[in-house]
Design a protein around this ligand. Structure first.
Ligand code: LLP
Length: 380
């Protein structure tokens, strides 16, 4: 096992999030190499993890920032991302958030509807500015992932549908304070079937053609994020296959030489470097089930409860014979479970149990339900 643990683990209170910055560096280097050699720009999707050391490394590797709230824009700027490397996306931006981003002169707003476009133009006008916009289109491509994290189907709330697009493009011509710089698509997250990105590229090519027929040149193409990671066997693929991902885009996305291509990756960059570390509070046997009750629960990592997602569970203390456990947290909800019938070496109170691949959408989705303390972050 390749986990780097803090030297004071024996005395350190749990639960905590552990981040391996060495692994993060290697991951970012691999992504950077694969992207740069194909002249593709990576924008890190802050929503996956907003911790400062993470943001610093993203910036050092030349990545931009993909933000979905005024506070994320603020955090990116505070972390030192240049405003012209910051994008503001999201289906429901408030006036106050838009104004903050306009004041900071960020690179681009990813706009998701006609009404949003009107508001943006009005607010930009009031500040004497012109906002750069990319239209987020709903490409109606199935990401073949969990329905909660699918975003590019007609039925989803995201993006501008093809039926609405002509109206929005006509509207653009009438709004003096917005300037169209590109198009944006994002179809979902945790996509492990690379051919989905090939389908997406074909769709974006069709969308580009639609614009070209209207004499509109798009300097930027943003094909979103979504590259998945290996949750089942993290040690077999600690670094996602960025070569396969970027070469697919390179091969299938039609682009003119001067056109810039962006991707917005979150999970693939940070998932594997993060681990939730906990201790076993009790082992409780009922007639049918043996429970290992951890001091971490859905308040620290909600993904299993919310999406039935799998995080590999490992007991780092015991070498005993394997038994089956339902691994649960202390929260007063039956859904506060990390996995049923998980094979672990014989587990006892005090054993250190980790949940792997928790660096993305882990800490950022924590809550203080049951008035729980926030689990701290530890870096190795
Ligand atoms: N761009 C847009 C417009 C997005 O909505 C997202 C993620 C990303 C980029 C980054 O996607 P990634 O590369 O990380 O897949 N909480 C869920 C995931 C929600 C993803 C939301 N949007 C989870 O824990 O699985």
């Amino acid at each position: 096992m390749s986990l780097q643990l803090p030297s004071d683990l024996a005395t350190r209170p749990t639960p905590f999030y552990l981040y391996d910055l060495g692994l993060l560096r290697q991951t970012l280097q691999a992504a950077q190499r694969a992207a740069e050699s194909r002249n593709i720009q990576v924008h890190y999707a802050l929503k996956a993890n907003t911790n400062d050391p993470v943001l610093q490394l993203m910036r050092e590797h030349g990545f931009g920032a993909d933000c979905v709230s005024g506070n994320e824009v603020q955090r990116a700027l505070e972390a030192g991302f240049a405003p012209d490397h910051v994008v503001f996306a999201g289906v429901g931006k408030s006036d106050a958030e838009i104004n903050r981003a306009l004041a900071a002169d960020i690179w681009c707003f990813n706009v998701e509807s006609g009404p949003e476009l009107e508001v943006l133009s009005e607010l930009a006008g009031a500040l004497g500015k012109k906002a750069r916009v990319a239209l987020r289109l709903n490409p109606n491509v199935d990401a073949r992932t969990h329905h909660y994290i699918t975003t590019g189907l007609k039925a989803n709330k995201f993006g501008i549908g093809m039926a609405e697009l002509p109206g929005v493009v006509d509207m653009l011509a009438t709004l003096p304070h917005v300037e169209l710089v590109g198009l944006h698509v994002h179809i979902g997250s945790q996509i492990t079937d690379i051919s989905v990105f090939e389908t997406l590229c074909h769709r974006v090519n069709e969308l580009q053609q639609w614009f070209e027929h209207r004499g509109i040149v798009l300097p930027h193409l943003n094909v979103g994020g979504g590259l998945g990671v290996n949750y089942e066997q993290p040690d077999e693929q600690l670094i996602p296959d960025f070569e396969a991902y970027f070469s697919t885009i390179d091969q299938y996305l039609r682009r003119r030489p001067e056109q810039q291509v962006h991707v917005e990756l979150g999970r693939a960059l940070v998932a594997q470097c993060g681990t939730l570390v906990s201790r076993v509070l009790y082992v409780k046997e009922s007639q049918q089930t043996r429970f290992a009750i951890l001091d971490a629960g859905m308040t620290e990592l909600i993904r299993p409860a919310l999406y039935q997602s799998y995080h590999r569970i490992e007991n780092l203390t015991s070498q005993g014979e394997e038994q089956l456990y339902d691994v649960v947290g202390p929260i007063c909800e039956s859904s506060d479970s990390f996995g049923r019938r998980i094979a672990l070496p014989e587990t006892r109170r005090g054993d250190v149990v980790v949940l792997r691949t928790a660096g993305a959408y882990g800490e950022v989705m924590a809550s203080n339900y049951n008035l729980r303390d926030k689990a701290p972050a530890v870096y190795v």
